[in-house]
Design a protein around this ligand. Structure first.
Ligand code: CO
Ligand code: ZN
Length: 332
């Protein structure tokens, strides 16, 4: 899957600007679904029809990534910017961003006083330098959005990239579509938009699909780095089956189904309790009259920085888990 993963993570696609990444995914899933459509918000929805008797199942992974939006251009051509999604200022200085038209920007800062050297420089003091000599030579405008620019790195077992949140979920969904030869269920693979700004794509797509069960595939935090938060999730210990996050309690039947499936096929798994943050499953769970929902998480270090890290075995095991779950009847 590494070639697919590299392609997905290196593609541009901040929230609200998912055209390019949707195009890439659409090409990757060509011929794998019975129906493919894009809804009014931009969600890419691929349906794999099952034989009768199965459930209507929705799997969601978000295509969008966090980014920055131009708010002001000064006379010398420097850009001020705001955040699109959870962008933290301490991850930015010296970094590079790239706009939809390919314009590269470097993030610089105003003068830092001696007493400020050990403090986080707030967003308001940062600017983007696109290499312009004056205002008229700036190749982007107010409202244009950039994403982090960082190449994929294959460290062997561990992988590093920008936007593993949630292109790794997109990769897992695509590979699941490839490996799932037969299913009794009507399966909708949703590559959603605007998750990072409030689960908006999952909200509308779930309303349209009316699933009988919903799952998101997204990243989760870990507790396995020096002086990390206390959290019982580690890289390489298997995909994490969500029990709870900041906004959702997973449906106990969905959680049990995932646990039983992992045990039946003999893959490692972890139980996830995430104290802050959430996924598309939250929006699915509370759509219409309510949907039994859960989440398969890929453990990820350094989430929402330009260098997010996952374990390759966790990724391939997540695919095995989803394929095995979709191959048999679902009883919640
Ligand atoms: Co995120
Ligand atoms: Zn995410």
């Amino acid at each position: 899957m590494k070639e697919l993963i590299k392609k997905l993570v290196e593609t541009y696609g901040p929230s609200g600007n998912e055209d390019k990444i949707r195009q890439v995914i659409q090409e990757e899933i060509a011929g794998l679904a019975d129906e493919v459509r894009t809804d009014a918000l931009g969600n890419l929805i691929a349906r794999k029809r099952g034989q009768n008797g199965g459930k209507r199942v929705m799997l969601a992974a978000h295509m969008d990534e966090i980014g920055v939006i131009v708010t002001h251009v000064d006379e010398k051509g420097f850009l001020r910017f705001g955040a699109v999604g959870g962008v933290w200022p301490h991850t930015l200085l010296g970094g590079r961003v790239v706009f939809a038209n390919g314009t590269v920007g470097v993030i610089g800062t105003e003068k830092v006083e001696d007493e400020e050297r050990n403090k986080v420089i707030p967003l308001e003091k940062l600017f983007i330098d696109v290499g312009a000599v004056d205002k008229t030579s700036v190749p982007v405008q107010i409202g244009d959005v950039a994403g982090f620019s960082r190449p994929f790195a294959d460290m062997g077992k561990r992988l590093v990239a920008k936007a593993f949140d949630d292109r790794i979920g997109c990769a897992v969904l695509i590979q699941t579509m490839r490996d799932l030869k037969k299913t009794p269920h009507d399966v909708y693979f949703v590559f959603s938009v605007q998750e990072e700004v409030g689960l908006r794509g999952a909200m509308t797509s779930a309303y349209g699909i009316e699933p009988e069960m919903g799952l998101s595939v997204d990243v989760t935090l870990t507790g396995d780095t020096p002086e990390a938060q206390t959290m019982a999730v580690e890289l390489g210990k298997g995909p994490a089956i969500k029990v709870k996050d900041g906004r959702m309690l997973a449906h106990p039947g969905v959680k049990r189904l995932l646990v039983e499936t992992a045990e039946a096929i003999g893959i490692p798994y972890q139980l996830e309790v995430l104290e802050r943050g959430t996924t598309d499953a939250t929006a699915i769970q509370v759509s219409r009259e309510g949907v039994p929902a859960g989440c398969v998480s890929i453990p990820c270090r350094y989430v929402h920085t330009p260098s997010e890290m996952v374990d390759y075995d966790d990724v391939t095991n997540a695919v095995k888990l989803l394929v095995a779950m979709l191959e048999k009847p679902i009883i919640l």
